[in-house]
Structures are given as structure tokens and as C-alpha cells.
Design a protein around this ligand. Structure first.
Ligand code: AMP
Ligand code: FE
Ligand code: FE
Ligand code: ZN
Length: 289
């Protein structure tokens, strides 16, 4: 029997709202997705599902399909590894506990970074708070916005290239679970895990064949290989490993509103891959608006 596809294309499975470091509210993001001509958008705020309800309502109004998701922070030593998670149960207690722990760690880490930056630049924690919404997952982008507001940087990208770069000496990592544990938590919550931008600099070891194999055994579904920050050589290698391990490949924009140059729909995911994500996602349902 043919699968009746209720979602529409084009499909973009990675976008942020002001619930994390995007510059648009969840409703504005869904509206922007409709204006950009997308048929399906996933909301994947960092370590939070706080935007799901608003995005779901907007998807109904805009007649768009919404895939509820998250970009979960994980870490291996100094390498920050982002795990996209789709259609998981947002009330799963083990996953929620870890998300809460990561958000708390992000908050104190940001406060510590701002205290250190504040020694050399006119910048206070209140400046950062002025750039965040009350529920937001706080990250370096909010510090960047505060630096821009204070005139210490021209835009987010410039702040990242300068004061927020680890070479400047203010950078600090934050607690995040190991990717294997994160994959297990997402699967246990009925979700579908995909490594975000796996061919970016600094995470080569993490996606080496042996570690990737461990992640596949833990339940990894796919790799986001179509993403502007992936480098060509490791991407080619990961396409081969994806075929070898039976991993699905996704493509997405990682849109952050005006916070990044990434444009909605600049990379997209094939309909049959979304079919499999929906078939495997058991913790939450897509919203067919
Ligand atoms: P954090 O997780 O707090 O260390 O901050 C990392 C976040 O900053 C990522 O999710 C990116 O969205 C964002 N980011 C990283 N590099 C840049 C950049 N050059 N310009 C704008 N945003 C960036
Ligand atoms: Fe981000
Ligand atoms: Fe990311
Ligand atoms: Zn992202």
C-alpha cells in the first residue's frame, strides 16, 4: 500500500526561533517559512521545546507541516556536537532532566563569560538579558547581540570571529551529555536523532568510523550532510559511511532569522527521508496544517 503523504515540500528540518538563538518568534518563523515557499519546517531550538505550542498553532494558520524538534547540545571533550531530535515526547522525564541540566549549565557559563569579557569591555549581564526572551536557551549569540548593542562588534558574525572566538580567551565550554547518551535518551523518548552539520571543523574524531558505529548502535537515524557549514572532504567521506551504516541523509538551512546569513530552504530534505522520520517518531506527532 502506498504511504499517503500528508506533508508538503520543500522540507527544511532545522530552524531556530527566539526560544533559543533565532531572532524571530516561533510564529514569525513559521510565517517566514510559508513566505519562503516551504511546505514543511522543523522547529529545532537549542535544548528546548518551549516554542512547540506557538509554532504548532502558526502551522495550522499558515497551512504548513510542522515537525516538532530540538537541537540537543552534546559534547565530547572540547568538541561541541549538535544532535537534531525529531518527534520525541517533550514530557519524557529522563530527557527533560538532561535538557534542564544543559540549559542551567549554559546560563552559568554565559554569566561567567560575560564577567570575564566585562573586565576588558563595557558589558554587563543586564546587557545580555536585554537580548533574550524570558524562556530562551542562552548562548553565545545573545552575548554577541549584547556586544553589538554596546558597539563592540558590527554584527553577530563579527563578534564570533573576534571577542567570542576561543582564541580571544573568553570562551568557556558548558556541560553537555555525551552524544551516545543523548542518542539513547532521544530514542527512549520516542524521538529520531540526526547529527547536525557533522562535517564542520573540530568534530572529525567524533564522526570517525568507529565512533559513528557506536552511535549507530545506540540508535542514530541520520546525518545532516546538506548544510552550508559542512566541509566538502569530510562530507564526501560521511556520505560513504552513511551508505555503509544505512544512515539517512538530511539537508537543512539552520535558519536563525537575521542572526545568521542562512536562508530558509537553502538546503532541503528528500520526502522519503521525512517519511521514515515520521514512521520512526513515536513521541510526538507532526502538525499537518
Ligand atoms: P554556544 O552554543 O552558546 O556556544 O553558541 C553556538 C551557537 O552560536 C550556534 O548554535 C550557532 O548558531 C551560533 N553561531 C556560531 N558561529 C556563529 C557565527 N559566526 N555567526 C552567528 N552565529 C554563530
Ligand atoms: Fe544556534
Ligand atoms: Fe548547530
Ligand atoms: Zn542549529
Amino acid at each position: 500500500m502506498a504511504v499517503a503523504r500528508q506533508f508538503r515540500g520543500p522540507i527544511d528540518l532545522h530552524a531556530h526561533s527566539s526560544v533559543s538563538d533565532g531572532t524571530e518568534t516561533p510564529a514569525e518563523l513559521v510565517h517566514a517559512a510559508a513566505v519562503a515557499g516551504l511546505g514543511t519546517i522543523a522547529l529545532t531550538d537549542h535544548d528546548s521545546t518551549a516554542g512547540w505550542a506557538e509554532a504548532s498553532a502558526a502551522a495550522r494558520t499558515e497551512h504548513l507541516t510542522l515537525i516538532p524538534g530540538m537541537e540537543f547540545s552534546t559534547r565530547v571533550r572540547y568538541a561541541s556536537v549538535h544532535l537534531l531530535a525529531y518527534l520525541f515526547d517533550p514530557d519524557d522525564s529522563a530527557l527533560l532532566a538532561e535538557m534542564t541540566r544543559v540549559r542551567a549549565a549554559r546560563l552559568s557559563r554565559a554569566e561567567q563569560m560575560v564577567a570575564r569579557i566585562g573586565v576588558d569591555y563595557d558589558l554587563s549581564w543586564d546587557d545580555v538579558l536585554a537580548q533574550t526572551t524570558p524562556e530562551a536557551t542562552v548562548g553565545r549569540p545573545h552575548i554577541a547581540d549584547a556586544l553589538v548593542a554596546r558597539g563592540h562588534a558590527l554584527n553577530r558574525s563579527a563578534a564570533f570571529a573576534d571577542i567570542l572566538h576561543w582564541k580571544a580567551g573568553y570562551f568557556q565550554p558548558h556541560y553537555a551529555p555525551d552524544p551516545v547518551r543523548a542518542i539513547e535518551l532521544v530514542r527512549a523518548a520516542g524521538g529520531v536523532p540526526v547529527i547536525a552539520h557533522p562535517a564542520t571543523r573540530g568534530i572529525g574524531d567524533v564522526v570517525a568510523e568507529s565512533s559513528l558505529k557506536t552511535m549507530v548502535e545506540a540508535g542514530l537515524f541520520g546525518l545532516e550532510l546538506e548544510h552550508r557549514e559542512n566541509n566538502p572532504e569530510p562530507t564526501k567521506r560521511l556520505y560513504e559511511l552513511a551508505a555503509k551504516f544505512g544512515l539517512s541523509v538530511t539537508g537543512s538551512s539552520d535558519y536563525h532569522g537575521t542572526g545568521k546569513p542562512n536562508l530558509l530552504g537553502e538546503n532541503t530534505t528528500a520526502p522519503d527521508v521525512l517519511d521514515r522520520i515520521i514512521a520512526e517518531g513515536r513521541g510526538a506527532a507532526p502538525v499537518y496544517g
